[in-house]
Every structure is written in C-alpha cells, then in structure tokens.
Design a protein around this ligand. Structure first.
Ligand code: NAP
Length: 293
C-alpha cells in the first residue's frame, strides 16, 4: 500500500483503523470487517501502527491521515484525548480516548470502554446493577478507569479498588471522588462479604500469566463475578467463582460492545453485537466455545 498519510479521508469509501503500538494483536479489524460485510457497506478497517513518540503529531494531524476515524489502543489513549477538539463525558473523566472521528473539521474523541463493560453485563446478566452492595474492582490500570467510570454512571454507591501498587489505586480514588475507595490487594478478603459485583481488570489470569492468588471465601453467592481478560475465555477467577455457585460473565463482550459507537460514526450504521460476531472473534482467537442460546 502507498503511504496513506498526507491525504484527506475518502467519504465514499471510508477507511478507519486501530491505532496504537503495537496493533498486530488487535481483534478490532475482525469485528469491524464482520459488520461491514453483514451490513453490505463500502469501507475498510485496517491497522495503523503509531509509536508513542509519534502519537502527538499523528493525532493532532489526524485530518491528513486519510482516515475518517480510528480506535486507539495502548499506550496512545491519553495522547489521543489531548489532541481532540471535543471529548465526550467519559473521555473527559478518564483523560483517555479510544474512539476518534472527524466531524465538521473537528476531531472528536470518546471513550467507549466503560459503555462496552456495562453493555456486556446488561446483555449477559440482566438486572446485575439493581442488587444492593458494593462493587469490588481488582486492578488500577487504564481498563480499571473505564470500569469505575461505568459503575459510577450506574449509581453503584461504593466502588472499592484493590491494587498491588496502592498508589495507583489511590490516584484513581482521587480522580473519581469519595464513592471510590483505594485498598491494597491483600485487603480484599475484608470486603468480599459486601460485594454485589467482583471485577478483575488486572492482566493476571491472561494466557501465559498466573492467576491472582485470592480466595473468594465470604463472597455472597448472589454476587456477579466478571473478568475483562478474555484469553482464556474462562479465566481461573471465573472458574473458581462458577464452582462455588456465583454467576459469571466473561470479558469478550466488553471488547465487542465498545466497538459499536465508532462503527456508527465512521460507517453510518449502529451495529448489533450478535452470537455470530462472538463466534467469529472466538474463531480468530483460536478459542472453541459453545454457542449461547
Ligand atoms: P494496565 O494499565 O497495564 O494495568 C494493569 C493492571 O494489572 C495494574 O493494576 C497492575 O497492577 C495489574 N497487574 C498486572 N499483573 C498483575 C499481577 N501479577 N498481580 C497483581 N496485579 C497485576 O493494563 P490495562 O490496560 O488496564 O489492561 C488490563 C487487562 O485488561 C489486560 O489483560 C487487557 O488485555 C484487558 N482489557 C480487556 C478489555 C476488554 O475489552 N475486554 C479492554 C481493556 C483491557 P500494578 O499497578 O501493581 O502494576
């Protein structure tokens, strides 16, 4: 392909991409290509590697990229947010954007990770947010920010964050205010009995990484347990939770649902997250799964 930079977007054949460093592992092209084909739309969704040292210039000069918009992955979400002319509430609250689009000559930025997290639970565990109790969040990285934003938007009264590095949990507590409390990971057992939701946002439990060494003893059986890690689909945490009778939701739906808003901006159709999409992405990941009813 010729150098795509330095050209204006082609609105008749719009092109979007996943941007970040690296981008080879991203499943976003599989998701958007599935929807382009399903809805019979012209357009293309590719990959654009943007090293962090070039991120500021790339997003500030986005109108010259040839793209109508893009997704942004680590480590560029903060740089992308800074380059935008207009940010939605979520991106402002998180200081990070994962979805960009050009509109009337301005660069708009949104953060749809929190919405993706919520829609996944809404689809897989209807009524999860109407149960009494606190939400317990493991981890204090970029994904935790999105999850906390989502939980606060649903009026969950208290969100406890547990992190190996306490200072990072404290920084999130300061960012989000008094409903968010920071704790060292070792204090988790003291709070399990008040949980209506337990969420893992740490990278622990991913393929090739050990599970967190935590016990679920004391967690109410009514509490929902979810993991945003989706390789493997059933992490050690979800397996342990299911064994003791807690309902569980895997993390793949978060990835699928966060993608919809961008697709609508770039290609003009609000797409559906359906079982065929889930199976397409699972096949691409090399994961076998039973189709859900
Ligand atoms: P990040 O900013 O690098 O944060 C990683 C977090 O994991 C930190 O809180 C870190 O603790 C903790 N952690 C890592 N290894 C640990 C271990 N062995 N023991 C205890 N804590 C550990 O990463 P991120 O962007 O938040 O992403 C986190 C995970 O979520 C990744 O696996 C990513 O693939 C997944 N994710 C999924 C989706 C989805 O759509 N399903 C979306 C975004 C991210 P310290 O602060 O102590 O280092």
């Amino acid at each position: 392909m010729s150098d795509p930079e330095g050209k204006a977007p082609d609105v008749a054949n719009p092109e979007a991409a996943i941007t970040g460093w690296p981008v080879d592992h991203s499943r976003s092209p599989v998701i958007h290509t599935y929807w382009l084909q399903k809805y019979g739309l012209s357009g293309h969704y590719g990959r654009r590697a943007v090293p962090p040292e070039k991120a500021e210039a790339f997003y500030k000069g986005f109108a010259e990229s040839g793209l109508v918009g893009c997704n942004v992955t680590v480590p560029n979400k903060e740089a992308a947010a800074k380059a935008c002319d207009i940010l939605d509430d979520a991106a402002q609250a998180m200081g990070a954007a994962n979805t960009l689009w050009l509109e009337d000559g301005k660069l708009h930025g949104a953060n749809t990770d929190g919405i993706g997290f919520l829609r996944n639970l809404d689809q897989q565990a209807i009524g999860w947010d109407r149960k009494p109790g606190s939400a317990l969040v493991l981890g204090a990285g970029g994904a935790a920010r999105a999850v906390i934003w989502g939980l606060l938007s649903r009026n969950i009264p208290t969100v406890h964050i547990f992190n190996r590095t306490l200072a990072k949990a404290e920084a999130l507590s300061e960012r989000f205010g008094i409903r968010v409390l920071a704790h060292p990971l070792d204090d988790l057992s003291k709070y399990l009995s008040e949980a209506m939701l337990l969420v893992n946002t740490t990278a622990a439990g991913m393929v090739g990484k050990a599970d967190l060494e935590i016990s679920l003893e004391g967690l109410p059986k009514e509490a929902l347990v979810t993991d945003i890690v989706y390789t493997p689909l059933e992490t050690g945490l979800l397996k342990a939770a299911a064994l003791r009778g807690n309902a569980t939701v895997d993390g793949l739906g978060m990835l699928l649902h966060q993608a919809g808003a961008g697709f609508e901006h770039w290609f003009g159709v609000l797409p559906e997250v359906d079982e065929d999409l889930r199976q397409t992405v699972l096949a691409d990941l090399g994961i076998k799964s039973e189709a859900k009813a």
